[in-house]
Design a protein around this ligand. Sequence first.
Ligand SMILES: [Zn+2]
Length: 152
Amino acid sequence: MAHKRSHNQKTRGTYALVLHLPRGATIRVGKLGAFRFPRGYYIYVGSALNGLTARLARHLRPDKKRFWHIDHFLERAQVEEIWTHQGDGRLECLWARAALALPRAKIIAPRFGASDCKCPTHLIYFGAAMPKGQRGEEGRRGHEKAEGVEKA
Ligand SMILES: [Zn+2]
C-alpha cells in the first residue's frame, strides 16, 4: 500500500553533489579553518531531513549567507551532478564512507561537513577526473576504444 506524503516539498533524503573546482584555492571553511583545495573533482554528501528539494535549491543559489561548510566551498566550485535518494534514513555517512573507499579518493579537509558524526570527512577529493562510483574509470582516459566507446 502506497503512503502518500502530504507535503511533497518536505521530502527527506540523502544527496551527493559532484563538484568541480576549476582552479586550486585556499578556502576558509568557517571554524574548521582554511584549507588548500586542489583543482579537480569532489563529492560532497549530505542529508536533508526537512526538505531535500529546498536544500538542493539552496546549494544552487549563489547568493546566500554562509552557514554550512559546503557554502564556503560552493563559492568557488561548480555543481556538475546531483545524486539523490529519498527516504527517512540518514545515509550520508554510509555514502561518505563508500566515496572514501573509491579509487583516488583523498581527504583535503578533515571533518568537512562531518561536525555531527564520526566520519573523516563528507567532502572527498578525486583529482582531475570525475568520480563514477564504479570500477573502470582509471582505464578510460586514453583507452576509450578498449572500453567500446565510439566517437560519433
Ligand atoms: Zn558522517
